[in-house]
Design a protein around this ligand. Structure first.
Ligand SMILES: Cc1cc2nc3c(=O)[nH]c(=O)nc-3n(C[C@H](O)[C@H](O)[C@H](O)COP(=O)(O)OP(=O)(O)OC[C@H]3O[C@@H](n4cnc5c(N)ncnc54)[C@H](O)[C@@H]3O)c2cc1C
Length: 208
């Protein structure tokens, strides 16, 4: 089971984003129209002002999923070191395994247990953690801090929230979207409606 915590939001109250947009268009500040204003600018495909706001999430997931997350380059990361810290006995299994036969499931659970037992034994025998970790399956858990600006978050959600995305990163992306929508509803409303509420709405722009 993945865990997502929203650790920090910088410039995310939408005031800063609106101010950036209004700077571009030399538009006077009119707070009663601000929601529509931000949405209109995003729909136009003008996305760079979204880079002024960013968010940091702490994610607990499998090493398999974290490898997919770090493929996103417009981001900052801090990941628990498997060289310096001992990996805990925690792993993630696909929901599809809930329907696995007893024989298959026993095989999976035995493998996890045997791999971890060997990992611990190698450390006891004097091998460095960075070497012992090679026997662990990618199902084992990791913790990673992920920092992305709002423009990159929209791009990330667009790729990772649709049904065709891999199930674990989709679960993570949906949890991130659910949390950041509450901070910046005007920036993420289309994605929240489509990916969280499952409404049949189009995304505002294909240019994210
Ligand atoms: C459904 C799915 C299946 C995938 N399958 C595979 C797979 O089989 N094998 C595999 O290796 N990867 C796979 N990936 C990962 C994918 O190839 C990307 O590495 C990952 O999604 C990051 O996306 P990105 O490069 O668009 O975004 P980011 O790295 O988040 O970058 C955001 C945007 O910035 C721009 N940008 C960033 N860096 C550059 C650059 N150097 N030059 C020009 N523009 C840049 C691009 O417009 C990019 O879209 C898959 C991803 C998805 C969603």
């Amino acid at each position: 089971m993945t865990e997502v915590e929203l650790v920090a939001v910088m410039g995310g109250s939408e005031d800063l984003i609106e101010r950036a947009y209004r700077t571009c268009y030399r538009s006077v500040d009119s707070s009663n129209k601000s929601d529509a204003f931000i949405v209109k600018c995003i729909k136009r495909g003008h996305l760079s002002p979204l880079e002024f706001a960013s968010a940091v999430f702490k994610v607990r997931c499998s090493r398999a999923a974290s490898h997919q997350i770090v493929r996103h380059r417009i981001a900052s990361y801090a990941q628990e070191s498997q060289r310096r810290t001992k990996v805990p006995y925690e792993y993630v299994l696909p929901p599809a395994f809930r329907n696995a036969s007893a024989i298959d499931m026993t095989g999976v659970l035995d493998l996890m247990h045997q791999a971890y037992t060997l990992y611990e034994q190698l450390i006891i025998d004097g091998y460095a953690k960075e070497d012992a970790r090679y026997v662990l399956p990618t199902a084992f858990m990791t913790t990673i801090m992920v920092g992305m600006n709002f423009r990159e978050l929209r791009h990330f959600f667009k790729l990772r929230c649709p049904p065709e995305a891999q199930w674990e990163i989709r679960e993570i992306a949906e949890k991130m979207l659910d949390k950041i929508y509450r901070i910046a509803p005007n920036v993420f409303e289309d994605m929240y409606c489509r990916f969280i509420l499952k409404d049949n709405v189009s995304l505002w722009t294909e240019a994210d």
